[in-house]
Ligand binder design. Structure first.
Ligand SMILES: Cc1cc2nc3c(=O)[nH]c(=O)nc-3n(C[C@H](O)[C@H](O)[C@H](O)COP(=O)(O)O)c2cc1C
Length: 154
């Protein structure tokens, strides 16, 4: 075993393949989206999921204040959407989406869309863990997922 440092720690974590999601909210009637791969399932009963956001994110205060959010699981054809929402100056003008009854942005043509209510926030290190209760879901499971591995899209 090697003692960890910043470089080998980041490299090791990058070798864990994940799906890619965009977490989205409406804040002051404007949509905000963030590319997030820390999404995972947590509990079946009640139905809980979690993801973490950097405390340094430009949008952290808006996410901390929200009641509802959407989780949009991206398909392989949505790599551009992932790249867009990983930027601080991301754009919604080319994104096809609708606003749900709970007023969350639902991106079209995703593998799944999960509409969630914030359940609990837990600060942990330099991130905040968002635990959310899943309320509504929409599935299109015939699509192939976008995968992130070794800092690249597969
Ligand atoms: C594939 C991928 C996954 C990411 N996952 C997360 C994540 O789980 N949590 C997080 O805080 N940022 C994550 N990011 C970084 C954010 O998308 C974004 O780049 C970062 O928050 C900087 O923008 P901001 O300061 O405007 O929020 C990820 C980026 C990429 C490309």
């Amino acid at each position: 075993m090697k003692k960890i440092n910043k470089i080998n720690y980041k490299k090791t974590l990058s070798k864990f393949p994940t799906g890619v999601t965009v977490i989205a909210i409406n804040s002051a009637n404007k949509p905000i989206g963030k590319t997030v791969n820390s999404f995972t399932s947590l509990s079946l009963s009640p139905p809980l999921i979690l993801f973490s956001l950097s405390k340094k994110s430009s949008s952290i205060n808006s996410f901390k204040k929200t009641t509802y959010l959407s989780i949009n699981v991206l398909s392989k054809k949505q790599k551009d959407i992932s790249i867009n929402f990983a930027k601080t100056k991301s754009q919604w003008k080319n994104i096809k989406f609708i606003n749900s009854q709970l007023n969350t942005p639902i991106i079209k043509n995703c593998i799944s869309n999960l509409e969630c209510q914030i359940f609990k926030l837990i600060p942990a290190g330099d991130h905040i863990i968002f635990i959310c209760r899943v309320i509504n879901i929409l599935n299109n499971h015939k699509l192939t997922p976008l995968i992130y591995y070794n800092s690249s899209y597969l």
